[in-house]
Design a protein around this ligand. Structure first.
Ligand SMILES: Nc1ncnc2c1ncn2[C@@H]1O[C@H](COP(=O)(O)OP(=O)(O)OP(=O)(O)O)[C@@H](O)[C@H]1O
Ligand SMILES: [Mg+2]
Length: 314
């Protein structure tokens, strides 16, 4: 049986902190929204709620948590009783209750403090396929039928835990922002190897779909050298554009916005380059996701196809 998915999914991941995962998830999401896709962002990146912060809904989310108006939440979707929750709250409405609309046009399922405990709970599930399949089943069975979103982007923690694996299983496509250093090159290489291992050991099609050079400084030769090495090694998996190091990204993020919210006349030239680069990368990401998902193999078929579908080898 071939399952044709209507929603494209990507997880923004590398097991390192501070490389721009949350920034990329937010900017790619808003860019795709502006390009005409309806976008859902999901924050698996831990209780600090960075994505809610970056999208200007941090206070709404915190208020709901502190007044215990936070059920169900993202952790509930991976608990063992989502079907019961859906029945209790009413199927469609249960999903609606997870989602916050943001001023930038994207929708968000924010992180929740219960994600911490969930990681341990998932660890108690012996069957790995079940342990890592929770988020995917939730998206397949409860989100897809709503036909509300064209693209789902998952912001991931900077480490590999049980929740991370749920994100990888659910998205199958990995977007990796990297900063420009030889250590980061090694880390991206080891991520590529890890994904290869996941494909062969767990019968999953998880693949590296896009590596984005982030925090690029045009003034240093080191960065252009490292970028050339990334391009040599990752070839067509590299995003078409690097993202420059732009102080304005930090400033707007702290204000709960993205570069797309800044009026043109207030955008500094490096930030404008970064914004345009995010837009171009977002369009390319959508193309790659669509190419990769014309048909999604069922688990029994995926093993046979795993040799032919990894973009790293194209
Ligand atoms: N291109 C850029 N130019 C300038 N600052 C950037 C850029 N990309 C990210 N940053 C800043 O770097 C910091 C880390 O970025 P971000 O939070 O996106 O990383 P992360 O990978 O999500 O980190 P964590 O692993 O902690 O979740 C933030 O302050 C962000 O504003
Ligand atoms: Mg983050």
């Amino acid at each position: 049986m071939i399952r044709v998915t209507s929603t494209q999914r990507a997880a923004v991941f590398i097991d390192k902190g501070g490389t721009g995962k949350t920034t990329s998830a937010a900017h790619l999401g808003v860019a795709l929204n502006q390009l005409g896709s309806s976008v859902l962002l999901i924050d698996l990146a831990g209780k600090q709620g960075d994505l809610a912060d970056a999208l200007g809904v941090f206070e709404d989310v915190q208020r709901d948590i502190s007044t215990e108006d936070d059920f169900p939440n993202i952790a509930t979707t991976m608990g063992n009783r989502w079907s019961d929750v859906a029945e209790m709250v009413g199927g469609k409405e249960a999903v609606e209750r997870l989602v916050y609309e943001t001023d930038s046009g994207v929708d968000l399922i924010p992180a929740h403090p219960d994600l911490d405990g969930l990681d341990a709970d998932l660890g108690n599930i012996d069957d790995v396929q079940e342990r890592y399949n929770r988020l995917r089943l939730f998206l397949d069975d409860h989100v897809e039928p709503l036909e509300r979103w064209d693209v789902i982007i998952i912001d991931m923690p900077g480490l590999a835990n049980n929740i991370t694996y749920n994100g990888l299983w659910a998205a199958q496509n990995v977007v990796t922002p990297v900063s420009m250093g030889s250590f980061e090159l090694k880390q991206a290489r080891s991520l590529k190897n890890d994904l290869q291992k996941i494909r062969s050991s767990y019968d999953q099609e998880v693949q590296l779909t896009m590596v984005i050079a982030n925090l690029y400084d045009r003034r240093t030769n080191l960065h252009s050298d490292i970028l050339a090495r990334f391009e040599d090694e990752f070839g067509s998996v590299m995003a078409p554009e690097y993202i420059v190091d732009s102080q304005q990204i930090r400033t707007v993020t702290e204000e709960g916005q993205s570069l797309f919210d800044v009026p043109d006349e207030e955008l500094l030239s490096t930030a404008e380059d970064a914004r345009d680069a995010f837009r171009r990368n977002a369009a390319e990401l959508l193309t790659r996701l669509r190419q990769g998902s014309r048909s999604t193999p069922t688990q029994s078929q995926s093993r046979n196809r795993s040799q032919t579908r990894s973009p790293e080898t194209q």
